[in-house]
Write a protein that binds this ligand. Structure first.
Ligand SMILES: Nc1ncnc2c1ncn2[C@@H]1O[C@H](COP(=O)(O)OP(=O)(O)O)[C@@H](O)[C@H]1O
Ligand SMILES: Cc1ncsc1CCOP(=O)(O)O
Ligand SMILES: [Mg+2]
Length: 265
């Protein structure tokens, strides 16, 4: 599969035209950043986690994002109910296994979400993907302690075992269905110094999955847009504080000409 400036721009245009409703069950740290990034890219975010309403919300959404950054048992009930309802309805489910490998509780919840919700996409950093793929890795909380290319074999196996498209983020992002491995090479080291950038990538993936049924394409386009916007924004930023602001403005204004100038094939 070939990802080009044209294919990325076409999907970005679809997100802006269709403004898919992305239902997020996400963590306390990133809720605001995530909602703002979805608005900036052209999608429509809603955050809803109560078990009493998640199935109704899924029924009007184009995609569901499950992010396990800050867990508690009530939220887990909401995640599982929403994930099952989305899979039954046939809308894409994007799972972000934040911090999996760090505690037994996170491992147990991640395994339940994978087994019971059958996510269509799993996006994590290298440590998280390796932990989920049961590779030998010592995780240190929510940040990666491994390089993204060291997780490729585990990601391929995880994709084959679960049927999900697996995305490893990092200096280079890798996207696999278990057979093919695509990559995107843009970005900035400064992106890892803003909390919630990975969660934002997962949510943006939800937006692209809501408009493009080709899952490998949707995931690669989403990661390309994230890292192109991050690279342009970082070049204008003195540090992580201004990067957060510039990132939203860059996502909002991102044009085909910007993609053409910046995209590293
Ligand atoms: N060293 C880096 N160079 C370029 N881009 C990066 C780098 N680290 C992270 N990114 C980008 O930042 C975003 C978040 O990725 P990452 O930091 O791996 O996620 P997480 O926050 O879940 O650990 C992704 O879009 C990724 O491409
Ligand atoms: C710091 C932190 N702690 C629990 S969730 C969270 C946010 C993690 O976000 P990201 O993985 O996108 O940096
Ligand atoms: Mg993360």
């Amino acid at each position: 599969m070939m990802i080009t400036v044209k294919t990325i721009s076409t999907d970005l245009k679809s997100v802006r035209e269709k403004s898919p409703l992305v239902h997020n069950i996400t963590n306390f740290v990133v809720m605001n950043n995530t909602a703002n990034a979805l608005l900036a890219v052209g999608a429509s975010p809603v955050m809803a986690h109560a078990v009493e309403e998640v199935t109704d919300m899924v029924n009007i959404a184009s995609s569901l994002v499950i992010n396990m950054g800050t867990l508690n048992p009530q939220w887990v009930d909401g995640m599982i109910a929403a994930g099952k309802a989305a899979t039954k309805k046939g809308i894409p489910v994007v799972f972000d296994p934040v911090g999996v490998g760090a505690t037994p509780y996170r491992n147990e919840v991640a395994a339940r979400i994978v087994n019971e919700c059958k996510p269509t996409f799993i996006r994590g950093n290298a440590s998280e993907i390796m932990a989920l793929a049961k590779e030998n890795i010592v995780t240190k909380g929510v940040d990666s302690s491994a390089s993204s290319n060291s997780a490729i074999e585990g990601a391929k196996r995880l994709a084959t075992e679960t049927g999900a498209i697996v995305v490893i983020s990092g200096p280079e992002d890798f996207i696999t269905d278990g057979k093919e491995v695509l990559s995107t090479k843009n970005g900035s080291t400064m992106m890892a110094k803003v909390t919630g950038m990975g969660c934002t990538a997962t949510a943006v993936l939800g937006a692209f999955a809501g408009v493009n049924a080709n899952r490998l394409e949707a995931a690669t386009h989403a990661m390309a847009v994230m890292s192109i916007a991050g690279e342009i924004a970082a070049a204008k930023s003195a540090g992580p504080g201004t990067l957060q602001l510039h990132f939203l403005d860059t996502l909002y204004n991102l044009s085909e000409a910007d993609i053409e100038k910046t995209f590293k094939a």
